[in-house]
Write a protein that binds this ligand. Structure first.
Ligand code: UFG
Length: 332
């Protein structure tokens, strides 16, 4: 089996990917700068380098030391709002970081890269569900950093002949069903994470950011995907590239819209208790709806999601309970 370099390995999605890659029989070389990731999220027996993918010296040394067959590139900053207030930090960390990584990878002769892209590349699309060939018009720096990295991969692939998959994530949530990994940011912004924090008493109540959107119940609609299903899409994309398949740009979502109110109801089903919520103003930059056209990923990779909304909420809730039992949010 091959050796996969996983960047952002101590973060939310990376920490799930390293477990799945190991289970699939791959060796993993994990790198994370631990700016938001947690060291304990990478198993002690796994090769781990603390470092920044945007540091060319670190990357050259890594590629000289390890024989890497493919890269899964998760490292990056992920807060849309923060990208608006700190755009240059986002361009440095996400776009320039990716440029340095890709250049070092080319020098090392790497032939396959799977990249974490985002539905944020679409901006505010005219049509739902959103097909992969919809216009890409990001409405925030975060979306631009992802789109620019897709463009670099496309141009570099044409010039140097490696293959890549850019996976455009919709709303990733849930946690490892075996309780080994989950979302552990100190100040999370994601809806399901915050809703389960309210459910366990870490937060007093859930603000619902806007109830006057042009959607069936007035709250924003999103396409939620379980992190384990998302990781499975990466494993399949890697297998596609390893089998000699061409470049891929694929949405990762269910193709099904879920409103904030429906998420609240799912949390209430999981706990059997009402969830304290309050109306709050709209959050700037939120599109009313983002729903993936999800047929291409099924056709190309044979991918089908295994976890529904209830499973996303239940696994996220279980992870939150674990964090609560652990002193200082350290993994129990
Ligand atoms: N929301 C609330 N209350 C909260 C948190 C969120 O009402 O406490 C709402 C948001 O306003 C939004 C919806 O829940 O309408 C989902 O918000 P998230 O922050 O969970 O997710 P986003 O849709 O804003 O962001 C996600 C990814 C980003 C990505 C973006 C666009 O997290 O990385 O989709 O693709 F850029």
């Amino acid at each position: 089996m091959s050796t996969i370099l996983v960047t952002g390995a101590a973060g939310f999605i990376g920490s799930h990917a390293i477990l799945a890659l190991s289970e699939a029989g791959h060796s993993v070389v994990a790198i994370d700068d631990l700016s938001t990731g947690r060291r304990w999220a990478v198993p002690a027996e796994m090769t781990f380098i603390q470092g920044d993918v945007g540091d060319a010296a670190v990357m050259r040394k890594l590629f000289a030391e390890y024989t890497i067959d493919a890269i899964m590139h998760f490292a990056g900053s992920i807060e849309v709002g923060e990208s608006v207030t700190h755009p240059l930090a986002y361009y440095r960390n996400n776009t320039i970081g990716s440029q340095v990584l890709i250049e070092a990878a080319m020098e090392a002769g790497i032939r396959r890269i799977v990249f974490s892209s985002s539905a944020a590349v679409y901006g505010e699309p005219q049509r739902q569900p959103i097909p992969e060939d919809a216009p890409t018009r990001p409405i925030n720096p975060y979306g631009w950093t992802k789109l620019m990295t897709e463009q670099m991969l496309k141009d570099a692939s044409a010039a140097y002949g490696f293959n890549y998959a850019a996976l455009r994530y919709f709303n990733v949530s849930g946690a490892d069903p075996q309780g080994r990994a989950g979302e552990s940011l100190k100040k999370p912004s994601h809806l399901i994470k915050r809703a389960v924090q309210v459910a366990v008493g870490v937060l007093p109540e859930l603000g619902i950011f806007g109830e006057d959107y042009p959607t069936p119940d007035g709250t924003c609609v999103r396409d939620y995907i379980h992190v384990s299903d998302l990781v499975e899409a990466h494993i399949l994309a890697l297998a596609h590239l390893e089998a000699g398949g061409g470049n891929l740009i694929l949405n990762c979502g269910h193709g099904k819209g879920v409103s904030i109110r429906e998420v609240v109801q799912a949390v209430e089903r999981a706990t059997g208790k009402p969830l304290p919520v309050r109306s709050a103003p709209r959050r700037p930059g939120d599109p009313p709806a983002l729903i993936a056209a999800a047929d291409r990923i099924t056709q190309v990779l044979g991918w089908r999601p295994q976890y529904d909304l209830d499973a996303m909420v239940e696994t996220a809730l279980e992870w939150e309970r674990r964090l609560l039992r652990a002193p200082d949010g350290v993994h129990p």
